[in-house]
Design a binder for this molecule. Structure first.
Ligand SMILES: Cc1ncc(COP(=O)(O)O)c(C=O)c1O
Length: 386
């Protein structure tokens, strides 16, 4: 388990703000994901890591086998660096990256594009031209739950039914320059929603049942048109549910490796905090308040308190409702603040996972009470993919 004394000792020579990954916690979290995936291969969600060294660390395990990239430009970069199985989890409109993809047999063999409409196929053709290797494509299917007309889940693909999927699969099969290789269903309302109430848990179980039945019918329909290499599903929050369906051939997970704060409220599992950042105390406005330098790193998603970083060590600190996490200063309150002195550190966790790496160039990898090595984040490599 992480401890303040140990993290302070390991990083005594660093000036905060800086970010660390506790390798023991990261490895514990990887073990837990493997166990929950129950022998189904795991694909690393790079958006939730945004650091090549940490993606590679996960990929060294035999149960992890490939990357789910979040941008095609990222996928091309990773393929050129030797990653040989990259599913781009979202459709792209990046014409330059499509040209780069089409310019190389090796990239085309490694990368699978995500599509959910013939508009995507048109855009690929337009950008990449006809003289190209076949490009691998995966069809994204809406995995949300519909209850009395309400849409519970995220707004992604317009394709929902076996007939929808079959129609696009036939379109892909008909066009030259494409090879249909996969189908993906991302059940955000199960994987990405903390178990905050009985109503949420009910939605999750209803959704799992509905999706299991629909997924089989969709996959059967697509398989009548093309043999599939992959049926992808899930995320950190849904592994045991997603892998219970035998039709799923692989699951994706990323956040569960870093253990960010949004995962503190899931029932089935609790990752250890592995990625943290340290901020220095710079002033003491009151006896029970210490003000930290920096910290205004809110997570994406519906704005609100759940998106703010969480003061983690010492325990018992909280942000002020009226200020939240500030652009330059973040006051924290609580009894533990009494003992904080100017120059001390407070350790925080990001609400989400990979976005932390958009704030820091380097992750210091801590093992026990020392830094094993320091590695660049995507940002540290000069890469900002969005
Ligand atoms: C397509 C897709 N798959 C999987 C995931 C799960 O990622 P994580 O394990 O980091 O929650 C996400 C997260 O948004 C996603 O968009």
């Amino acid at each position: 388990m992480i401890s303040r004394d140990r993290l302070d000792a390991a990083t005594a020579d660093l000036e905060p703000p800086f970010a660390v990954v506790d390798l023991d916690a990261f490895e514990h979290n990887a073990d837990a994901l493997v166990k929950r995936a129950d022998k189904v291969p795991l694909r690393v969600a790079s958006k939730s890591i945004r650091c090549r060294a940490m993606v590679e660390t996960a990929l060294q395990r035999r149960e992890f086998f490939g990357v789910m990239a979040y941008s095609l430009a990222e996928a091309v970069w990773l393929a050129d660096l030797g990653v040989d199985d990259i599913l781009v989890g979202y459709p792209t409109a990046d014409r330059a990256a499509l040209r780069d993809l089409a310019a190389s047999e090796a990239r085309a063999a490694a990368i699978t594009l995500m599509v959910d409409s013939s508009d995507h196929l048109d855009l690929v053709n337009d950008a990449a031209g006809a003289a190209r290797p076949d490009l691998r494509v995966c069809i994204d299917i809406d995995a949300s739950l519909r209850v009395f007309g309400a849409h519970l889940g995220v707004r992604r693909s317009p394709l929902r039914t076996p007939a929808d999927a079959e129609r696009l699969a036939a379109e892909v099969a008909k066009r030259s320059g494409f090879r249909l290789t996969g189908v993906m269903f991302y059940e955000a309302q199960i994987a990405g929603l903390p178990d905050t109430s009985a109503a949420v848990r009910l939605v999750k179980s209803r959704s799992a049942a509905e999706l299991a039945a629909r997924r089989t019918r969709v996959v059967d329909a697509v398989r009548r048109i093309a043999p599939l290499d992959l049926v992808n599903g899930g995320g950190t929050g849904s592994l045991e549910v997603t892998t219970a369906d035998p039709v799923v051939t692989e699951v994706t997970a990323g956040s569960g490796l870093f253990g960010p704060a949004l995962f503190d409220r899931y029932r089935a599992f609790r990752p250890q905090p592995a990625a943290l950042f340290a901020l220095p105390v710079t002033r003491r406005p009151a006896a029970r308040i210490a003000t930290l330098f920096g910290g205004g790193y809110p997570a994406s998603g519906p704005a609100g308190r759940s998106r703010l970083p969480v003061p983690t060590l010492p325990g018992g600190l909280r942000m002020l409702r009226g200020e939240g996490a500030g652009e330059v200063q973040t006051p924290v309150a609580g009894t533990a603040a009494r003992d904080l002195r100017v120059g001390d550190r407070v350790w925080l966790r990001h609400a989400k996972s990979g976005e932390l790496c958009e704030r820091f160039d380097t992750l210091h990898l801590v093992r026990g009470d020392r830094i094993e090595r320091s590695v660049p984040t995507y940002r540290g490599e000069g890469k900002a993919f969005g």
